[in-house]
Design a protein around this ligand. Structure first.
Ligand SMILES: Cc1cc2nc3c(=O)[nH]c(=O)nc-3n(C[C@H](O)[C@H](O)[C@H](O)COP(=O)(O)O)c2cc1C
Length: 187
C-alpha cells in the first residue's frame, strides 16, 4: 500500500549512502565529525558534495586549510560515528575521548581515520554562496585509498566481512548496514 509521507521526512528515503567521517586539520589541530550528507557529483576528476553545518569545528578547520578527508567507517565503528557526531572538537579532543587512531599521508593536510575502509583526500572548491546559503561544499578528490578486504580493482567485493560493512544513517541513531551484494546482468 502506498501511503503519504510527511514531506519534511522525505529526505530519509534517500539517506542511505554510507555515513562518512570527515577529518580536517589546520595549524596543527586535527578534528573529525560524522557526515551523512555526502554525495558523488562527478567522475573524473572525482568531485563530491558534503554538507558541513556552519557551527562545526571540522568546517572551520577545512575552510582554513582548504582540504579534508572523507572516509567510510564500518559497522564496528558505530560508537565512534555516534561519538564524533555528538560533540564538538572545540570542547573535547575526540581522538583521545573515542580512542581513534589516525595516520598521515604525505601531501595530505588532514589525518586518515584508522579502521575505516575507504578514504578520499579532497580539496575544497571555493563556492562561497553555496557554503553560506546551504552549508554545501564541493570537494575535488586528489588521492584515494581503500581496504582491499572491501574494495579490489576499484570494485566492492562480493565477500566483504560482516564487521567491515558500511552503515547508512536513516535518522536519530537508526542505521542500515550494507547487506548482500547482487549483480544485475547487463546485455
Ligand atoms: C550519523 C550522523 C550523521 C551526521 N551528518 C552530518 C552532516 O551530513 N552534516 C553535518 O554538518 N553534520 C552532520 N552530523 C553532525 C556532526 O557530526 C556534529 O555536529 C559534530 O558534533 C560536529 O563536530 P565538530 O564541531 O567537532 O566538527 C551528523 C551526525 C551523525 C551522528
Amino acid at each position: 500500500m502506498r501511503v503519504s509521507l510527511a514531506l519534511k521526512k522525505s529526505w530519509r528515503l534517500f539517506n542511505h549512502g554510507p555515513v562518512a567521517l570527515v577529518s580536517a586539520s589546520a595549524e596543527g589541530v586535527d578534528n573529525v565529525m560524522a557526515a551523512a550528507w555526502v554525495t558523488p557529483l562527478d567522475f573524473d576528476p572525482p568531485k563530491l558534495t558534503v554538507v558541513l553545518a556552519a557551527d562545526t569545528y571540522t568546517r572551520a578547520l577545512a575552510e582554513r586549510s582548504g582540504e579534508l578527508v572523507l572516509q567510510v567507517p564500518t559497522v564496528s565503528m558505530l560508537s565512534v560515528i555516534e561519538g564524533v557526531g555528538a560533540c564538538s572538537g572545540r570542547d573535547v579532543d575526540k581522538w583521545s575521548k573515542f580512542s581513534i587512531e589516525r595516520e598521515r599521508e604525505d601531501g595530505v593536510a588532514a589525518p586518515l581515520v584508522k579502521g575505516c575502509v575507504g578514504w578520499l583526500a579532497a580539496k575544497i572548491i571555493a563556492e562561497p554562496r553555496l557554503a553560506s546559503e546551504y552549508d554545501l561544499f564541493i570537494c575535488q578528490g586528489f588521492a584515494a585509498w581503500a581496504d582491499d578486504r572491501v574494495f579490489s580493482d576499484g570494485r566492492l567485493r562480493d565477500d566483504v566481512p560482516p564487521e567491515l560493512r558500511a552503515v547508512h544513517h536513516v535518522a536519530g541513531g537508526t542505521y542500515v548496514v550494507d547487506g548482500a551484494i547482487v549483480h544485475a546482468s547487463r546485455g
